[in-house]
Design a protein around this ligand. Structure first.
Ligand code: KDG
Ligand code: MG
Length: 412
């Protein structure tokens, strides 16, 4: 434990000597962290927050790194509480992404010192692999179907499907990339609920007719609907048996989810915009969702995620941790270590990064026949090649923004 007056370790144990933030853009921006101890063992973390990367990097460099120097890297929970509560203000996405980077790096150090992969430290494997999903998208139903078929042929058992909506420019999820795009301002997407609510059930009818019953399919609403619109969509999708309907509502007002539950048996997944366990709690304890899908890189890492998973287990809620391409392979590895260890794992999102990413961050999860695994290397099994990272300097990039047809701002 730290000395209550000075926060210095009470006795001479291993100490944190250096905290290095690495911002790199091998195709997309990543905010990486290396925590180096006085015994030479180091851990790697990821705190990438898409579109606001440098806010996290600055928080790590200017506010958090000085607090870590001299601390015992073994006291993860104590350090977590110290950083989370020590701000007084608590953390939103910026501070909790920074906290995640620290948390992941500390678990990595603990695993390396113990000579154990993280899943062993978390209780050992409860399964051989984590079933995972990827994204099939396209301008037309046929294009989405063809992409989904390619993924099914590669072994995927679960596929997220998004198609363009007639009359809506730049529909979410249809491949108009976020991240660095060389433009000074974000891409603007449009949103209108009526064509969306008409099109999505037709898309899934088409997909079921073409792809059959065996593959698990689902759709990401991306928090855009009102409660009653979400209830209508969930009900309309019932015949197509989605594994879950993702993020139907804005994250702020948890009671809204009751409206969906009152009208539909389509399972619901929610959580990529949550930043702590308390936000998940009402949805879990009232059994208003079926899958909790926080992002380990934005909720303070493994320490917070394992607590959320345990509460979820009590209420028959499974996990579907957020695994988009905008978080580094280090967080993807953390996802899979946790998936392998917990009893209530549901499904894991995973998007293949381009090869430059593995050059900078080797050791992410590996995919085989629909399942993800991680290596048995101690810790997270990942590394950061700092020389390679230098070849890919940060490039400013924004997530798109959204407006209604009349010009009003809407959630992206
Ligand atoms: O940076 C934003 C993305 O992480 C998000 O749009 C991806 O919704 C997403 C998902 O489910 O992967
Ligand atoms: Mg999503």
């Amino acid at each position: 434990m730290a000395d209550p007056q000075t926060e210095a370790p009470r006795k001479a144990t291993m100490k944190i000597q250096e905290v290095r933030t690495i911002v790199t853009c091998p195709g997309r921006n990543f905010v990486l962290l290396k925590i180096i101890t006085d015994e030479g063992v180091y851990g790697v973390g990821d705190g990438t927050l898409n579109g606001r990367e440098l806010a996290v990097a600055k928080a790590l460099e200017e506010h958090i790194a000085p607090l870590l120097i001299g601390r015992d890297p073994d006291q993860i929970e104590d350090t977590w509480q110290y950083l989370f509560r020590g701000t007084y203000w608590r953390g939103g996405p910026v501070l909790n992404s920074a906290l995640a980077a620290v948390d992941l790096a500390l678990w990595d150090i603990k695993g390396k010192r113990a000579g154990m992969p993280l899943y062993s430290l978390l209780g050992g494997k409860t399964r051989n692999g984590a079933v995972c999903y990827t994204h099939a998208h396209g301008e037309s139903f046929e294009e989405v179907t063809d992409r989904a078929r390619e993924f099914i042929d590669r072994g995927f058992k679960v596929v997220r499907c998004q198609s363009a909506i007639p009359g809506i420019a730049n529909t979410y999820g249809t491949g108009k990339a976020s991240g660095p795009h060389g433009e000074s301002l974000p891409l603007v997407e449009t949103w209108e609920p009526t064509p969306y609510l008409k099109t999505v059930p037709r898309l899934f009818e088409h997909l079921r007719n073409e792809l059959g019953d065996e593959v698990e399919l689902f759709h990401d609403v991306h928090e855009r609907l009102t409660p009653i619109q979400a209830a209508q969509l969930a009900k309309a999708l019932e015949p197509h048996r989605l594994i879950f309907l993702e993020d139907p509502l804005r994250p702020e007002h948890k009671e809204s989810f009751r409206v969906i539950r009152q009208h539909s048996t389509t399972p619901i997944g929610m959580g990529e915009l949550f930043t702590n366990k308390w936000e998940c709690l009402p949805l879990i304890t009232e059994q208003l969702i079926d899958y909790i899908r926080c992002d380990l890189a934005h909720i303070g890492g493994i320490t917070e995620a394992k607590k959320i998973a345990t509460v979820a287990e009590c209420y028959h809620v499974q996990t579907a941790w957020h695994g988009p391409p905008d978080i580094a392979p280090i967080t993807h590895a953390a996802n899979v270590h946790l998936d392998l260890a917990i009893p209530n794992f549901g499904v894991q999102e995973w998007i293949e990064h381009p090869p430059e990413v593995a050059e900078v961050i080797p050791g992410g999860p590996t995919f085989e026949d629909g399942y993800l695994t991680v290596s048995d290397a101690p810790g997270l099994g990942c590394d950061i090649n700092e020389d390679a990272a230098k070849k890919y300097p940060y490039q400013r990039g924004y997530l798109p923004t959204t407006r209604r047809a009349d010009g009003a701002v809407h959630d992206w």
